[in-house]
Design a protein around this ligand. Structure first.
Ligand SMILES: Cc1cc2nc3c(=O)[nH]c(=O)nc-3n(C[C@H](O)[C@H](O)[C@H](O)COP(=O)(O)OP(=O)(O)OC[C@H]3O[C@@H](n4cnc5c(N)ncnc54)[C@H](O)[C@@H]3O)c2cc1C
Length: 646
């Protein structure tokens, strides 16, 4: 590696200071929409992105369905009904504020993105007459065809459209710059957020960004438990560069977090164990409701929530007779009865009934129009499917009218993971927010997958736009604050230290990631207890104090990978602190302790919140319904928007 010539000019010793009204940290779905909203309010906006904004992030390569568009003209549910269902499904451990914004503003953002050039309707009439299509609006729906609140979209067109809009609005974009830290007033933990630092991922140049307000949009942590040194790009569901840098720098700056003790057993990622998402036999999400067959070709029946066998494919899209609507999608794992939709018989039941492994997804059993919308529209528009799955499988001869795809794991997952192989999948913890999507740090707003209990494209686009307009309001009445040069110098020393180390006596980013993941599997796995967690915390502290100073990077690319793993270490510590703080088992948080009493029935669960001050962890509790009345509060905080000033 060190014999290869680095293809970019090295600028280790260069520094650039950039000032703006609003800094957008991360240019994914939330970041792009935040920047668009703030720029439309007349603010000078700078967006900083580790990759290339045009395609970066989890939604850059596509997205096939937009959830919770409750205000679209065909929807039969209200934003309140949908948000309350999401809250109830998680026994209150959910972000009422951000999901209400998702339900209330989702359709507005879709129309907005359509104006920018994104495709949200079947304008070519390819699916005319289909039950899932509204022939008047040409909108197409997924899952619950009666209630019509999940919209099938051509998501691969969205990010380029947003990118063009950013350029039109004059947003200054810094691509290929990794944000490394937040700057705070007087350099103090818990002080107002007044900017950020970054390094160029190709040249190593150092940046100091100053802003009146900043919006955190760097997605969520990954590779905490799951890491394969041989397949680093395929370790998790979300892209490699979305690693939780934002959580790490927020924690160090004194931002408050909640639900960080929640993790789930690996579901949908590789880490050497599974096939790429949507590339194996499957009947969930993008693949809903593909038929599943056993190895003799016998079809596995779909059943209603009450176990009634559904004979007709059309019944897979209908709620039960006594049910208003059902929920499916990225954030629904083990649905509660009230929102449970049609599903194939459970894995244990089909084995008991003598179905023979392996099972396969068989699209040939679906009506032609349903097969066509899954293979070719959904598979093709979904994240990471256009080239790896749709194009490559087609070129290899896969024909959905004839061929079947094998399932791995139980049912729809692409593999079967061990209990200690955990992930922040579905609705994990993150930054705590108020009704303006502000964090506890003055001047720091948060959107998208960085928020606690967040997930999905529509959620990211709506919360991004919302945070952008509230941050703009803040910037209108607050000045730029001078930076603390000590804080900047310390950060510079930290980020550049590995390039000065001796490669022969130091370790690289993969070894460090491997060590952290092993520690988290061993001491913060599925079953937790104080004893194990404390050993884990001690081990991580040893890494921080003794190993970080013995790591090296040959070039800016390796340095970025290494700084990411430093952040993985910080997030791992945050997760163990949160786990230590929750003293009892909590089923909705998938949090199991073997050293606590069973929770008494009637016990009121609460959020546990954590932040640092003077490097000491402060723990608090918060009622699960801290957001109050959803509609009432939304309308108080968004009076102009409600009046049509968007
Ligand atoms: C394969 C796949 C399929 C999906 N399908 C669907 C779907 O069909 N429907 C749906 O609703 N949702 C879907 N999702 C989820 C959805 O894409 C995400 O929830 C959404 O993109 C989150 O938006 P975000 O802006 O918070 O994060 P992202 O879009 O991931 O953006 C985060 C950005 O931050 C940047 N970043 C990270 N760290 C730094 C740093 N230190 N400095 C600078 N920049 C940084 C990243 O490069 C990235 O561009 C899917 C996700 C994946 C991975």
């Amino acid at each position: 590696m060190n014999n290869l010539k680095w293809p970019y000019p090295l600028e280790w010793d260069k520094e650039e200071v950039v000032s703006a009204d609003i800094l957008v940290l991360g240019g994914g779905i939330a970041g792009c929409m935040a920047a668009i909203a703030a720029a439309r309010k007349g603010q000078k906006v700078v967006l900083i992105e580790k990759g290339a904004t045009k395609r970066s992030g989890a939604g850059g390569s596509g997205c096939d369905h937009w959830e919770s568009a409750a205000t679209n003209p065909c929807s039969k549910v209200t934003p309140e009904e949908l948000t309350n269902a999401m809250l109830e499904d998680n026994e209150g451990f959910n972000n009422g504020i951000s999901h209400y914004i998702e339900c209330r503003e989702g359709y507005d953002r879709l129309l907005d993105i359509e104006k920018m050039g994104g495709k949200i309707r079947d304008t070519e009439n390819q699916f005319q007459g289909a039950e899932f299509r509204d022939d008047e609006s040409k909108l197409m729906f997924a899952y619950d065809y009666e209630n019509k609140f999940t919209i099938r979209i051509w998501g691969s067109t969205f990010k380029p459209a947003m990118y063009n809009e950013l350029r039109k609005l004059g947003v200054k974009i810094y691509d290929r710059v990794m944000i490394t830290s937040l700057l705070t007033e007087e350099g103090k933990q818990g002080g107002s957020c007044i900017g950020a630092t970054g390094i160029n991922t190709r040249t190593g140049k150092f940046y100091i960004f100053r802003g009146k307000a900043s919006i955190m949009c760097m997605s969520r942590p990954a590779r905490i438990w799951l890491f394969s040194a041989a397949l680093p790009g395929l370790c998790e569901f979300r892209p490699t560069q979305c690693i939780g840098d934002g959580h790490a720098m927020g924690w160090k700056a004194g931002a408050e977090f909640t639900m960080m003790e929640k993790s789930v057993r690996g579901e949908f990622s590789a880490a050497g164990r599974s096939y790429p998402p949507y590339g194996a036999g499957n009947n969930h999400n993008t693949w809903y409701p593909a038929s599943l067959i056993d190895s003799t070709g016998k079809e596995i029946p779909y059943v209603s929530r009450d176990g009634k066998i559904l004979k007709d494919v059309a019944d897979r899209f209908k709620p039960s007779e006594d049910q208003k609507f059902f929920l499916k999608g990225g954030a629904i794992d083990n649905p509660k009865y009230s929102i449970e939709g049609p599903e194939t018989l459970s894995f244990s039941e089909v084995l008991k009934q003598g179905y023979k492994l392996p099972f396969y997804a068989d699209l040939s059993k679906l009506p032609e129009i349903e097969r066509k919308v899954i293979w070719g529209m959904m598979i093709g528009e979904e994240g990471k499917t256009k080239i790896p799955v749709y194009k490559n499988y087609k070129e290899a001869g896969f024909d959905p009218e004839r061929d079947v795809l094998q399932c791995y794991g139980t049912g729809w997952t692409s593999a079967e993971f061990l209990p200690q192989e955990r992930q922040l999948f579905g609705l994990p913890g993150g930054f705590l927010n108020d009704w303006t999507l502000s964090t506890n740090l003055k001047g720091l707003y948060v959107a998208g997958d960085s928020l606690f209990s967040s997930n999905c494209f529509g959620h990211a686009a709506t919360t991004g736009y919302y945070a952008g307009r509230h941050a703009a309001k803040f910037a209108e009445v607050n000045p730029l604050i001078g930076i603390d040069s000590n804080q900047v110098e310390k950060e510079k020393e930290r980020v550049y230290a590995p390039i000065h180390n001796d490669p022969y006596s130091s370790i690289g980013w993969k070894e460090l990631n491997m060590g952290i993941s092993k520690t988290m599997q061993n001491y913060c796995g599925e079953v937790k207890c104080d004893e194990l967690l404390k050993i884990g915390l001690t081990r991580l502290k040893e890494y921080a104090e003794k190993i970080l100073s013995n790591t090296f990077a040959y070039n800016p690319h390796e340095l970025v990978r290494l700084l990411e793993v430093f952040d993985i270490l910080t997030v791992s510590q945050l997760i163990i602190h949160s786990s230590l703080a929750r003293k009892t088992t909590s089923k909705p948080l998938c949090f199991y302790r073997n050293d606590s009493e069973e929770i008494q029935s009637g016990h009121k669960e609460r959020f546990i919140t954590l932040k640092q001050f003077d490097n000491k962890v402060t723990i608090k509790e918060l009622p699960l319904d801290y957001f109050g009345d959803l509609k009432g509060n939304y309308e108080i905080y968004n009076e102009e928007y409600v009046r049509g000033i968007k």
